[in-house]
Design a protein around this ligand. Structure first.
Ligand code: ADP
Ligand code: NA
Length: 333
């Protein structure tokens, strides 16, 4: 039987957005206070599946670690490390490249979204990205994976890989079947300029996204400009039907305030967006400013960030190494 162990990762591909915060990091921090072992990773091997400038990648890796810490991640209660510093991730990923089937990867919607029409020109790493993600999770025998909605399909693939490995090699319980933990009211924060797309730090063309490093003016302006319809806010959930932009702003308000969306509508129903948006902007600024201030402070001492990541890598490797060794043995190596 596997004990409850959480693993999740975020790519160092630029500033964390409000979507990453509400859908992932805020949840990571809440979970470290519960009765779980929590392991969180800056996944730089994933980041280079699309081109990253080396200096920028180095900086983004430290900044993401600083963002985790600024959001309340505590290295005394969670393992925080950088993926490339624990080589077992890449080693297990190779084994999984030989377990996963081509047809499975062909069904991954994130690859289709990210590759777009340029299928022949994207890196092969982008294609096998889900196999590396499976390795990230299974290398720790993690049982639960807190992620946003967009990662659900990848966690399902991880389960398929675990099941096929266990079955092919006749080791029924070796890899656990990890479960995605997709909870809260902001599991899919949408772009403020297009309610049909998710807010993403990896989409350089979307200037409407709210970054954790934005100052109060930038945040207020982005929220003021957010696309909405002309109707006032409804006072009940039914009234959000077919109103993706309105629903998105209500969900953000709910996640930041800790209220349910129903309670937000009970309080703000009937208001025009010209009235609701400033309230949302104030709440967002109040939540984010302390984080960005703390990030700036932490980035003033990168040596300390490197020390924390180094210690985290040692702790991670201590769990990973015996699991990889056992995997090799099972495979016959
Ligand atoms: P991005 O797509 O912004 O580059 P990552 O792929 O690094 O983000 O994902 C980091 C975590 O943030 C994942 O758990 C992912 O599910 C979550 N996440 C990303 N975008 C959003 C969003 N718009 N809303 C909620 N969660 C999100
Ligand atoms: Na993502």
């Amino acid at each position: 039987v596997h004990t409850r162990r959480i693993f999740s990762g975020v790519q160092p591909t630029g500033n964390l957005t409000l979507g990453n915060y509400l859908g992932a990091v805020k949840r990571f921090v809440e979970m470290q206070d519960q009765d779980w072992q929590t392991i969180y990773c800056v996944v730089d091997l994933h980041a280079i599946t699309v081109w990253q400038d080396p200096e920028q990648l180095r900086r983004a890796t430290r900044e993401l670690a600083a963002a985790f810490l600024a959001c309340g991640l505590d290295p005394a209660r969670s393992i925080l490390f950088n993926q490339s510093q624990v080589p077992q991730h890449a080693q297990l990923a190779w084994i999984f490249n030989c377990v996963a089937r081509l047809g499975w990867l062909n069904r991954m919607t994130q690859f289709k979204d990210k590759a777009g029409k340029d299928r022949e020109r994207v890196s092969t790493g982008l294609y096998v990205y889900p196999n590396l993600m499976a390795a990230d999770i299974l290398l720790y025998h993690a049982t639960h994976v807190p992620v946003g909605e967009d990662q659900k399909q990848h966690v399902e693939l991880t389960r398929d890989i675990a099941a096929k490995f266990n079955n092919d090699y006749g080791v029924p319980d070796f890899f656990p079947m990890p479960e995605p933990v997709i909870e809260g009211t902001a599991t899919r924060v949408m772009s403020l300029r297009d309610g049909t797309k998710k807010m993403s730090k990896s989409d350089p063309s979307d200037m409407s996204r709210i970054n954790l490093t934005d100052d109060a003016d930038a945040i207020s302006q982005k929220i003021r400009k957010a696309r909405t319809d002309p109707e006032p806010l409804p006072s009940e959930m039914d009234g959000l039907e077919g109103r993706a932009e309105a629903r998105n702003l209500v969900n953000i308000y709910a996640a930041l305030s800790g209220l349910s969306p129903e309670a937000v509508l009970a309080e703000h129903g009937g208001k025009a967006f010209s009235e609701f948006k400033p309230a949302l902007a104030d709440l967002t600024v109040a939540s984010i400013s302390p984080i960005s201030a703390k990030m700036r402070e932490l980035m003033g001492d990168v040596a300390e960030i490197d020390r924390i990541l180094g210690r985290g890598a040692d702790q991670a490797a201590e769990i990973a190494e015996p699991i990889l060794a056992k995997t090799y043995e099972i495979v016959g190596m």
